[in-house]
Design a protein around this ligand. Structure first.
Ligand code: NI
Length: 265
């Protein structure tokens, strides 16, 4: 039953300027495509506030707030307090995106690690899950997450890596969120992960406007396209889309408990 399929985009940046001209239409298109929950992710203080504003406007959109490592240099001294204040909003469902980025290396690794650890501790104190950004920093990400707390629930956003790394992430209890690249023909390592990951540990996202899936690769990504990610996951796992979508839905509700809060609509 195509109509009953509920999709979720657990990671989008629709508040960005790339959507200034048609944001409402983009969100409408996603809902028409079955995306009944959308999570808007902050990466610095302004984008975190923007995520909350979007979530206040749309009942089906939820917000994640935090400082992503590439935005450490321009963050004010009291950024952590500000993230804490933003996180008190009832529609905030996680702290993120946080982590390490050794590709762009906008801040030295020690500073990245400190901001990462501080936000992991903040999430723990608020009983919120974490959304992890990790680029070219697999070993340090695992080291920090393992040391932080085995029980801390979280998501490896836009998981990219092989089955070995995936297993390490799964071992510490982190879910793997798949995005556009899983739809690419040559992503064989990721296809293996998508096939082997336990059903209760998979999520779907777009990372809009980035990481556009096939067949729209090269164009601006948007939440409606999470369908291509879910379809590819279903295909790789040899299951009907409805079954994978239902599983992803259950996983999202489990890892983002605040998403179900009736106060949030
Ligand atoms: Ni992102």
């Amino acid at each position: 039953m195509e109509d009953s399929i509920r999709l979720i985009d657990t990671h989008a940046h629709v508040a960005l300027n790339q959507f200034a001209a048609d944001r409402e239409a983009v969100i409408d298109r996603a809902q028409a495509a079955g995306v009944v929950r959308q999570i808007e992710i902050g990466y610095d203080l302004p984008s975190s506030a923007a995520a909350i504003a979007l979530a206040e406007h749309y009942p089906h959109i939820f917000a994640v707030v935090g400082l992503q490592p590439n935005h450490i240099p321009e963050a004010p001294d009291d950024w952590l307090d500000q993230v804490r204040r933003l996180a008190a909003h009832p529609k905030v469902v996680a702290i993120g995106e946080i982590g390490l980025d050794y590709h762009w290396m906008k801040a030295p690794p020690e500073l990245q690690e400190r901001a990462f650890r501080e936000q992991l501790a903040l999430a723990r104190s608020l009983d919120l899950p974490v959304v992890i950004h990790s680029r070219e920093a697999q070993d340090d990400t695992l080291r920090i997450l393992s040391a932080a707390a085995r029980a801390q629930p979280g998501i490896m956003h836009s998981f990219s890596g092989d089955w070995l790394y995936a297993q390490a992430c799964l071992e510490i209890g982190f879910l793997l969120s798949f995005s556009g690249p899983v739809t690419f023909g040559k992503a064989t390592a990721m296809h293996e992960v998508a096939r082997l990951a336990p059903a209760e540990m998979i999520l779907t996202e777009t990372d809009s406007p980035y990481l556009t899936p096939h067949p729209y690769r090269g164009r601006r990504n948007e939440p409606a396209y999470v369908r291509f990610v879910a379809e590819r996951l279903a295909e790789l796992r040899g299951l009907p889309l409805a079954e994978v979508a239902a599983q992803v839905w259950a996983n999202a509700e489990r890892v983002f408990p605040r998403m179900r809060d009736p106060v949030a609509g």
